[in-house]
Design a protein around this ligand. Structure first.
Ligand code: ADP
Length: 316
């Protein structure tokens, strides 16, 4: 990360209600200048709603926030000048070429003709589409269109870039290209906020990750910090026959155990210090006549951490 650790985004106690749904429930965080900050959570967690509030597209029910010192409620115009937004929905003209799409949007942003040509050439290079710039978008893959959308968000040279699920539905090649573009922009000093429900995005890109579930921010740390915590929460998977209530009751007596769930012949045990406790688990299973076919410890990752924090899978 470049530069001094100064906040560029600050939100305090954001709440957004839609009738009986609380989409964002008392969320506070800060994004430092020059960092890539990720909002990670399953579908429906509230990530897009948070981004829409930060882009001044939605008003929060309560709470406040600033971007670069500008107030979300009072300074929407100033904020829109310094942010670039890449929405999930792609809004492009499919009969026009990539260059024509970028030209169209650069006119809307009021870029002069000379600036326009230079800037568009640079952006096409940045998103890796210079060679295909003069083909109509109907020839493009979903990932290439997403890259053009990123390009459009960069036309007015924003200080901070918001990307809502940048890699959903894109092919692996475009995914890598999108990663490279985000990292390159960040290297040049751009602050990035992205939402994702994919662990890989968070792991590959983000300096800090906020885990969101059911509208709440349930963890916020660097990947290393989160992994350190995840490392203490192991998942042991046991494939076995004859899993009885007695087996489960005996396991539940283990001190470091947090949760046992059974799905047919697969038992998932969440516990602290799983490796150390493996012998104890095997003893309990043997004593209760459970026939073990396989037993494995899942290496800690963001998925295990999410399961530990919420009791559900990130993928669900
Ligand atoms: P995510 O981006 O994490 O998938 P969203 O922010 O889109 O989550 O949605 C959070 C919650 O708010 C979900 O329960 C969703 O159904 C609800 N929601 C989002 N937008 C609206 C809306 N316009 N009207 C009613 N409910 C909404």
């Amino acid at each position: 990360m470049n530069g001094i650790e100064q906040s560029i985004v600050r939100v305090e106690h954001l709440i957004k209600r839609y009738n009986s749904t609380v989409a964002v429930n008392d969320v506070s965080f800060e994004i430092k200048k020059g960092e890539i900050f990720g909002l990670l959570g399953p579908n429906g967690a509230g990530k897009s709603t948070i981004i829409s509030i930060l882009c001044c597209l939605l008003k929060p029910s309560s709470g406040r926030g600033t971007i670069s010192g500008f107030d979300l409620e009072k300074n929407a115009l100033e904020i829109k000048r310094i942010i670039g937004v890449v929405p999930q929905e792609i809004s492009l003209y499919h009969t026009l070429t990539a260059r024509e799409n970028l030209t169209f949007y650069s006119r809307i942003y009021g870029l002069s003709r000379q600036m326009r040509e230079q800037r568009i050439a640079k952006i096409l290079e940045m998103v890796g589409l210079s060679k295909r710039a003069d083909e109509p978008l109907q020839n493009y893959s979903g990932g290439m269109k997403r890259r053009i959308n990123i390009g459009i968000a960069l036309l007015h040279n924003p200080k901070i870039l918001f990307l809502d699920e940048p890699t959903v539905g894109v092919d692996p090649q475009s995914r890598r290209r999108i990663y490279d573009t985000i990292l390159e922009l960040n290297n040049k000093g751009m602050t990035v906020l992205l939402t994702t429900h994919q662990m890989e995005d968070a792991e590959r890109l983000c300096h800090r990750i906020a885990i969101v579930d059911n509208g709440k921010l349930i963890a916020l740390d660097t990947l290393e910090g989160l992994m350190k915590f995840a490392g203490e929460c192991d998942i042991v998977r046991v494939e076995a026959r004859n899993i009885t209530q007695k087996t489960i009751a005996s396991l539940e007596k283990v001190d470091s155990l947090q949760k046992v769930s059974v799905d047919r012949d697969m038992m998932t045990i969440q516990l602290l210090r799983g490796r150390e406790m493996l012998a104890t688990i095997v003893d309990i299973l043997t004593a209760s006549d459970t026939k073990v076919d396989s037993i494995q410890i899942k290496e800690p990752d963001l998925e295990t951490l999410f399961l530990h924090l919420t009791g559900t899978s990130l993928r669900q």
